[in-house]
Design a protein around this ligand. Structure first.
Ligand SMILES: Cc1cc2nc3c(=O)[nH]c(=O)nc-3n(C[C@H](O)[C@H](O)[C@H](O)COP(=O)(O)OP(=O)(O)OC[C@H]3O[C@@H](n4cnc5c(N)ncnc54)[C@H](O)[C@@H]3O)c2cc1C
Length: 413
């Protein structure tokens, strides 16, 4: 019998396994894919530097990831959210700061504080924007920056959940940073020395008095005193693992209450950059609303599609062509003249993810804490269980794994 089995070698599972191994416990990590990292998936092949197919930014100035960035001597550079933003408005690209004459857009610079100041029942972000008289381009930018970035829509987004995340940003800073060396370096560090079994999808957990029986899809069986489940929310929602006895009604409600919208990234490589050398984020109209540079001087653009926008792109037989056409409408024929290659990374049809990341619909903020509660010898971690306003992020997932490890430590068995 293993002491602990961790299901999933994403950052939550690796952080949990690392912490328990440091304690001297024997831990086995079972991972469905043939690689580790989960939604961190760095492409190290480009000669001009890594490209992130999944998680890319450190969201925040002092969140948990920074400890490892510093310890490993990695370089992280700020991607200015406002100063570097370009907005396609009335047929032309503008610096967001130059659009500030538009009163509504000026208000976006303090929208976080305005949302934090809201006192009242949980309502949707869409209703909040309407009540605050946000219209036109400012409303679109607010959607892209908050709802779209959270793989949801303004109509589904809970204002109370947004307040909890903004409060975290106030504590730990809200800037975005690129890790020049690639997020994978942190994954590799956590994985060092761990007993990780890849290509080992788990399909059933049976809990008894003394431990948990873990059944793999290939029929193999392992036993452990305790188990940590870190699989993505969308897989829990699809009962990818069956639990015997069944999960409590409270846990099932928590699983059902949260959302996990689609998520996909489009990565376009060009011979040389055709944007100005300060560009960080590019806000366009639908259907391809947000792009960014990894470094303004690198000839790569990354587009993020989530929720219904991702669904629409992914039903399109030629997503790369579509994106090129949309960028051509903004930058002109230089897009085609310099185009080298494109990649569409669809996390929603990935059988070991089935979506981008979790989000909270109106009235469901408590579901994250409910999802995190252990059920006997089975513990839960992963980005959807992240508390303190850090969901849907690498740092939130990392800390959730450490929290599950601490639960096992406290159990003294
Ligand atoms: C497109 C995209 C962009 C993102 N950008 C950012 C960003 O810029 N910054 C940021 O902080 N966060 C970002 N995120 C979110 C971040 O990637 C996640 O919050 C975090 O990596 C989740 O870690 P996790 O360990 O909870 O889950 P995962 O990384 O999904 O790990 C779960 C693991 O479980 C495995 N698994 C699934 N089912 C089974 C099974 N049955 N048996 C065994 N193993 C199984 C999976 O293969 C996976 O390896 C992004 C996510 C996406 C999809």
């Amino acid at each position: 019998m293993d002491e602990v089995i961790v299901i999933g070698a994403g950052i939550a599972g690796l952080a949990a396994a690392h912490a328990l191994t440091q304690d001297g416990r024997q831990v086995r990590v079972l991972e469905a894919r043939n690689r580790i990292g989960g939604r961190i998936w760095t492409d190290d092949t480009p000669a001009d530097g890594p490209i992130e197919r999944g998680a890319e930014f450190i969201h925040g100035d002092s969140v948990a990831v920074w400890q490892y960035v510093r310890m490993l001597g990695l370089t992280a550079e700020k991607a200015p959210l406002w100063d570097g933003r370009r907005v396609f408005h009335e047929g032309r690209l503008h610096k967001a700061s130059a659009l500030a004459a538009d009163t509504d857009i000026t208000r976006l610079t303090h929208i976080d504080a305005d949302i934090l100041a809201y006192r009242g029942p949980d309502i949707s972000f869409a209703d909040w924007l309407t009540a605050a008289h946000y219209n036109g381009t400012a409303r679109h930018i607010a959607d892209i920056r908050y709802a779209h970035a959270s793989a949801t829509t303004p109509e589904r987004s809970s204002i109370h959940a947004m307040q909890s995340e903004f409060a975290a940003q106030q504590r730990e800073g809200g800037d975005d940073y690129h890790i020049r060396d690639g997020y994978a370096r942190i994954v590799e560090w956590f994985a060092t020395g761990l007993q990780i079994q890849t290509e080992s999808p788990v399909c059933a957990l049976t809990q008894g008095e003394a431990g948990v029986t873990v059944t793999l899809l290939n029929g193999d069986i392992h036993r452990a005193r305790r188990v940590i489940v870190t699989i993505p929310l969308a897989l829990l929602q699809r009962s990818a693992i069956t639990f015997t006895p069944a999960l409590s009604p409270e846990k099932q409600t928590a699983i059902r209450s949260l959302d996990m919208g689609s998520g996909c990234k489009v990565i376009l490589r060009f011979r040389n950059p055709f944007w100005d050398d300060q560009t960080t984020f590019i806000t366009l109209a639908d259907p391809a609303p947000v792009w960014w540079t990894i470094d303004p001087l690198r000839p790569v653009l990354v587009g993020l599609f989530t929720g219904p926008r991702a669904d629409a792109l992914l039903t399109n037989p030629q997503p790369i062509e579509t994106c090129r056409a949309l960028l051509r409408a903004v930058y002109g024929t230089v897009v085609d003249e310099t185009f080298v290659s494109g990649e569409c990374v669809d996390w929603s049809s990935d059988p070991w993810c089935m979506g981008g990341y979790s989000s909270v619909p109106v009235g469901a903020l408590a579901a994250r804490a409910g999802l995190a509660v252990p059920e006997g010898r089975i513990h839960f971690a992963g980005e959807a269980t992240a508390l303190d306003g850090h969901p849907a992020s690498v740092h939130g997932a990392l800390v959730s794994g450490q929290r599950a490890a601490a639960e096992i430590r406290a159990a003294h068995d």
